[in-house]
Structures are given as C-alpha cells and as structure tokens.
Design a protein. Sequence first.
Lengths: 856, 275
Amino acid sequence: MFRLTWRSLLARKARLAMSTLAIVLGIGFLGGVLTFSSGLSTTFTGIIEGSTSDALVRPAGTASFEAVGAGSTATVSPDEVAALEALPEVARADGSVDGLGLYVLDPDDKLVGTGGAPTLAFNYAASPNMAGEPILELDGGRWPEADDEVALDTAAADNAGYELGDRVTVIPPGIDGSGPITRELELVGLAGFNGGAGTAGSTLVIFSTDGAQAMFLGGADVFTSVTLTAADGVTQAELVEAAGAALPAGYEAVTGDEVAEESQSAVGEFLGFIDIFLGTFAVIAVIVGGFIIANTFSILVAQRVRELALLRALGASRVQVRRSVLLEAGLTALVGSTLGLVLGLGLARGLAVLFGSFGLEINGAVLTLTPATVAAAYVVGLGVTLLSAYLPARRASRVAPVAAMREDTATPEQGLGRRTAVGVVLLVLGAGAAGAGVVGAPGNDALWIGAGAVVWVLTAAAISPVLGRPVLLGARRVFSAVFGTTGRLAGDNALRNPRRTGATASALMIGLTLVSAVGVLAASMAASTDKLVDDQFEADFLVQSPVFGSFPVAIGDQMAQVDGVAVLARQQGVLATVGDDEEPTYIVASDDAFGDVYDLTVTEGAAQPGAGQAVVSADTATERDLEVGSTLELGFPGADPVEVEVAGIIDDTPVAGPVNVGFDVLEEAGVRRVDTTLSVNTEPGSSSERVQAVQDELDEIVADLPIVAVQDKEEFADSITAQINQLLYIVYGLLALSVVIAVIGIVNTLSLSVLERTREIGLLRAVGLSRPRLRRMVTLESVTISLMGAVLGLALGLVIGVLLQRSLREDLSELALPWTSLVVFLAVSVLFGVVASILPAIRASRMNVLEAIATE
Amino acid sequence: MRTPAPRCQTRSMPETSTPEPRTAPRTEPAASARALTKVYGADQAQVRALDGVDVDLQRGEFTAIMGPSGSGKSTLMHCLAALDTPTSGEVVVDGTALGGLKDKDLTTLRREKVGFVFQAFNLIPTLTARENILLPLDLAGRKPDQEWFDEVVDAVGLRPRLGHRPSEMSGGQQQRVACARALVSRPAIVFADEPTGNLDSTSSAEVLGFLRRSVDELAQTVVMVTHDPVAASYTDRILFLADGRIVDELREPDRESVLERMGRLQTPAVPPQAG
C-alpha cells in the first residue's frame, strides 16, 4: 500500500514536471525575447549616446535624410571650422567627413556586413562625446595617418578575417571612367565605440582626414559637418546659440541631446518592429503553454476525484479544495517561471546568434535579466498558470463528498451541446469579421480578417472535441484497416475523452494554423512575384545590387562596351522630399534609354521626362492633385529645392518610381551620380547562345564585385523567392517552439491516459497483446491526436491565408496554395505524434501485467 | 473433440487420499507446477507467498483454490497463468514449460492457451461485447470458429447483448462476457480470479453455472480462486492453501463439506508464532 502511494506520488511528480516544462518553455521564450530586445536597445542607446558630441553643425534640414542614411553634398571649409573653434563657448570644433556608399570586401571578395546594418565611413577626430569621453577607442594598432591607411572596427575585421597590416579591399562610391573599381588600403588600426558595446552590426571604416577627403570629396580640403565640444560650464543649448554667430551658409547647429533623440526615434521604430515580431511568437508560445497547463490540471483533477471527495468528506470546504489546486498550480508556475528565465537567457543568446547572422550583432554582455524582464516573466507565468488552472480547480471544488464512497469515480464529461452552440455562433461572428475584411469594410481589411481569425482559432480550440471528431473517426477507420485491433483500440482511446483529446490537439492546432496561413501568404507572394516579373521584366538582364545599394557608374560604362549589348538603360534611386513632404521618398532618375527597354502605359502626356521635367505615377498624381503642366518641388539635402514640370502621368509599375526625372535634375541638385539599376537588352533576334555569351561577359565585369549582380528574368524571380523563403523559414523556426510545447502536451496527456488505463492495459496484456503492439497502440493514439491538431490547424490556416490574400490582392495578385508544404506539415505532425508517444509507450509496455491488473 | 465430458464421469474419479497427488495421471495435465516458490521482498522483509507447491490440474476438471487472505492462492494462480514469474520451481502449461520463456512467448502462450476471468474490470470499455469476446482471436490474427463462437455465446446466453458496450450491461452480464472471451480461443485452461467477488447472488449463480457447464458440456478446464464456499461448491475439486502450501484437498464438495473443511483448517492455520 505504501509502495503504491509512493509510486503514485512519484508519478504525479513526473506529471507536474511535464506541465512545468510547458511553463518553462513558454516563459523561456518570453524571457529570451525580452532579454534580447532590452539588450538590443541597450546596445543602440550606448552607441548613440557614446558617439554623439555636445553639438553638431550640419546641413540645414537634413535630419530626416540622415535618419535614412542619405547624405548631403554641402561642405564646410577649414576656415569656417576655425571660426567656430574661435568662439569662446567652443572648446574644440572638429571637421567631419562622413562618407556614404563605401563597401568593404573580405579577402575572398565577399561583402563585409551585408545584413542591412550600415557601413559607416568617416575621418578620425579625437572629439569627445557628450559625457566627455573619447568616442572611439583603439583595440590595436594606431589611427590612420596616410591616405591609403584605414582602421576597421574589431568585429568587422574579425568577421572578414583581416589582421593588422593586411591590405583591405574597398569599393569607393562613384568612380568615373574605366579604371579599377576597387581600391586597396592598409589596415593599420582596430577600433570600436567607447565602452565596448559593439557596433550593432555596423561596419566602421575610419580614415585620416586627408584620406576621407580623397575618398569621398574628390580630395578637396572641406568637411561635411562639424562637431562642437562645449567649453567648461557651457550648456549644450548655450553652445548651439553661440555657434549661430559663426554658422556656415546652409548649416544649422543642433544640440547633442537632440541628435541622440533623433537617432533614438529612428532606431526605436526598427527596434519596435523587432519587439512586435518576436513578441508575437512569444505570446503564441505562452498561450499554447496555457492550453497544456489547463489540460494537465483538468486530467489531474479528474484522476483525483476520489481523493478530493475524501477531503470534502473530512470537512474541507470548497474554497479549501479550490485553493489547494490553485496553490499547486502557483508553485508549478513559480518553479517553471524561474527555470524559464534561465532558459530565456540561453534563448536570448540564441536569438543574438540568429540576428548576428543577419548582421545585427550585439555584445553578449548586454544580455542580462533586467528587473522588468524578471517581473514580466513571473507575472505572465503565474497569471497564465493560475488562469489555466482556475477552471479545473473550480471543477475540483464541486466534487461531491459522496464520490469518495462510490465505486465508479469517473466523472462523466458534461455534454458539449451548449459549448458547441456558443462556438457555432462565435464561428459565424468570426466569419462576419473576416467577411467584412474581404468585402472591404471601413478600416484595415487585414485587421478585420485578423480579428476574425483570432475568434476562429480560439473558438475552434474550444469546440475542437466536436470539430475534430470526423478526423478522429477517419483516423480510427484507417488505423483499424491497416493495423487491425491495435489500430481500432488506439482510435477508440483517442475518441474516449473528446475534451482531453481536443485540448491536447488544440495546442498543436494553434501553431499549425499560423504555419499554414503564413505558408499560403508566402506561396501567394512568390506566385505574385513570378507574375509581376513575367509581366514587367522586359529587359534581357537586370543589373542590381543584392544589398539594395548603389554602384559606380563605371560598371555601366564597361557593360555598354560589351559586344552584343544593344541598349543599356540606367536608373538611380534617390531620396528626395516631394512637394511639402517632411519625409523623403525614393524617386527615380533615369536616362532616355529607359524608354527603349520598358513600354510604360501612359495615361496622359509623355512617357519620358525631358530636361527639367518629371513623369509621375497615376497614384502620385491623384494624391497630390497633379496634372500635365503642374509644377512640383523636389528637395534634396543641402541643396536648394528643384522645381520640375509634370510632363506625363503613367500607370503605377514597379519598374518606375512615383516621381521620375532625368539625370539633369540630380545634377542641378548636386547629387552624386551612381547607378542603382541597369537594364540591358541584347540585339533583337539574338540566339539564346548569343544572349548567354553576353551574360557571361557581363558577369565577368562584376566577377570581383559582390555589390553588383547580373540577373536574367528567372534569376531575378528566384532571388526574390529566396528572400521570401528566408523570412518564411525564420517564421517557421519561431513557430517551432510553440509546436514543441504542443508536443509536450501530447506527451503529458498520453502519460496521464496510460496511467489512468493501467488496469485496461494489464488486461490487454493478459489476454495476449504483445509489448510491441501495445507500444504501437499508444503511438497510434498519439498520431491520431497530432493528426487532429494538424488537420484542424492546416485547414483553418488555409482559410485564413486565402482570406488574407483576398484582402491584400492589390499587392498579392495571385493566390497560390502550398500543397506540397501542407503535405510535409501533415507528415511532420505524424512524426511529432510518433516522437511524443515514445516515452508514454515505453512506460505502458514496461508495466507489470500483474500489478496493472491488481491496481485498486 | 467436443464430446461433452459428463459430470458424473468426472465425479466418479476415485478420490485420492494424499493431499498432494504426485503420481502422473494417464493423460498429461492441463497445467502443473513443481516445487513452486515465490518470495516477495528481501532479507527481513521477505514474504514467502508460495513455499514449494506441487500441483496438477487435470483436463476437463473444475478446480477451486481456497484459503485465507495471504495464503498465496492468487499468487499460485498468477504463476500458473504465466502472469507472474516464480522465484523457483517449474510450471508447465499444456505441455510447455514456462521457465526461460521470453515475454513475447509468454504473451503468445497466454493468448493461445490460457483464458482469464478477473474479479472486476474484465472488459475493454470502448469495445462491444462481441468485440471483447473476440479480442484474443483478433490479437492473434485468427479467424473465429463461428460454430464454437455461437456455442459459447449461447451457453452464456448473451446473444441479444452482443452489440452492447460494457457500460450498457449489468455486472453479471459483464462477467459472462468475460467468461465467453476466456473460452472463445479454446484455451487449454481457464483461470478465474474471484469471478463472482463483485456480484450479487443471482448474477453469481449465472456465472458459476456457466463455468460449470463449460466444463461439463464444452469439455473445458477451469481453475477458480475464491473465498466463497457457495462458489467453491460448484467445482469438482478444491485445493486449500495456507501459508504458501497446499494443506488439504476436497473432492466433489458441497457447501457443508467446504465449510466443515475450512473450519478444520482455521485452527492449525493460525499458530501463535506465524507471521
């Protein structure tokens, strides 16, 4: 008897451990995301505040351009810097040269820092930051002195595999003529931002002042901006006010605080996006964990009915019974959340590695548990667990004392009628919301559908015992046909406690709903891209930068010389403010050849802008109330606004911009000429061998230049599909944790069911069920549960995905269903079912037949 | 094959005076044990549930095993039925020695040669009566012999209930389904562990009557563990166990003789020093 009690206690420990694991994983994910995002923001704050001086003198009105990385062509002379330094409030003034469009190549001619973080090139100046500390610190070597010397940030040099003394290959911006496109510089120093917080993936390229001027300003002895350091006792505001007396024309002075704030808000938007992106998956994981906890406690309570009834018979009040269950849940949550935080620290490092591989590197030292993260983990952990355990606890408190005396302790499951009725109403409401999104109700269509989807998923989870029944019946039929009695029994077992099976499968359903909805969107996106490329890709080849940057015009010059190239059209995307806008927009400048390659649909006027003219897209024309003959003001950083006349209106197309001008407009604004896209056509009627030969020659020109890629139609479509898939895999990876939690739920339910059916299993063994077949029975039950979750989830996701595509059909013109992926997901779910059953199956098969029969 | 062994013939077998028959019978017994010992626990906490039991269970006989609680009667049955492994000694079921058999072979042996009726929880709740009866054959992948199935079903009188699930049947009906299941694979021997322990007297009579008929009319071999003198009086032979040994045997019992023999056993069975 004692042995039995001890055994059941041990068994219960194991059961609680499984539901604790669900909490650990859910909270671990949450903690990891919070830790990572706070580390990210610490990193950026450190960099921004550590690299900003007391005040900055910069071209007026460039704040919004700076934020998106566009530069100005305005300059400051050394005399003007000296005039600023002469002011009594100014301790020192340092002229800065900030260079844009520089790329660093590693020894294998691959780009360094391709992950979206910028390459920051500038001259070294010893100016201190707002806190009076040096902005930059040397980790090794010395600061560059000669024109052909350079210092890199330590992390970038490490990643690229450069050591002090190596020759570093760079691609400078805008080289004219047909000389060599790359240049080599000697690496003389390794540096980093003060404080060692890292660079968040940015590549720092530090020149001497002369070197920077030679590289970016054609060797002129001028600067792009000036940093000011305040004299003792002078505030930032006083400094800025004083600087007003010596400001160069077209420049403004701003306080360091303001600059830092501007940078913070620019970064904040990006960080906010990452937070929401990762946070969504953490919330899903926590919700799935909640399902598992609720289910586990429901089963535990159901199995302890007799014990609870005895407590009631001995005089425990309902409140006491309920409290005891909730206390158990609370303790589980505390242990789970604590372990979850530990796991979270590990996961945060994993996320750091993941993001590091996309170029957003952060220093592991900033990944610490903040009080806010700890508090959030415990609050969410306790909250979700207690909420999940509340219903089971209430059911426990309703056990009648007389149940202790009854032979038959199985509490019959309440009818699902009312739940189903309410569920059907909610499903209809969800359909209403989703329908509103599809037909275009006021507000964001996708939001309507999203709301409908959330209602659907939650309702489907609640009435899954009813919704999933056909799946269970089907699985039983198939399994009994294939596996005979074993399969039949497995199917019956899954059908036995519809709520339990439903709750377990629902956890898996949630993850797979998202997987399949995202799959539909990704497939539609790929199909739409294919269609778009098919329709719009009129050139034989497109030459673009895979990192969405610009490249020197020399490349186009060389390509135009290739034998067999008939037409080469150039485009340069430029940021400019249009009309009265504050925020800059990407506008496109192109040459006349553009019209020879692309056949644009003209609504009104001309297809190509003449000198001082612009062609605008139909959308832009409507938005800004433009017609042929209207004038439009374009603003470029550090230059007077340029007025252009609208010469034509064209249909919106991805090959043209909202505003299209000639290169003369850029020249007038003093914007440096580079290319962002080249469209190349071979001579009409060229054989495919000839076309291939031309591509080979074009490839040869850019062979050593990873910033430029020559793509034909298929390669272009493939490269876009590859990007879509990369994002898709990240999403799948993040959803995987929810699926893992759901699998743990299956393990949990099966273990509890096996325990509950100890005598039945003993009987089956006694009348001749062999161990392998017993294991197969448990495995098939597990597969049945996972199939139910998968089928419900995939179907629901399919519907939601299709509706979302409908609502986004302006951008996602094509609907594609990822059938292959869906089949793969189904197969993977079956595999998960098999994996989940391993432990419970072994446990069932190890049961001693005799003890099993003798239980109770 | 299915010649009913008339009850009178069994009854007319000469009563052996020795409590533990050592002489080999003319036909091989359905099951037998030699020097069977089962020890639970270790060292001081050792319990000798069986202490050198020799027994032969003859074909076509209805045997009862009786004894006070803790006498080892259930252990004996479990060892004979290949549900439990003895500490030492030998068990032979239908000519197969169990010693050294792997779990897989034991499973097959239980499926093919042994039938079980337990005190409670005999049926799989998700299966109908018919499916429960056919379960051992299904598990063995064997086709049921329809004639035999009909005969067994009619003998237990459950034909109208075949489509019902256990929850739709009374306790007596459930036990009769269990009896039918035990017999359907035509096992060499059927073991029943307190089959009427949870039943009222009417249902008990139904179940015991059926077990009796299965021996008389269907030529089966049945061994039953029981406390109940009334249940025991249905059998051909009673083995009395005390402290892990067979201490007495009674042939052709009736209720009075069982009670008298039990009463006689009480006195030596509880010596002051016995644990």
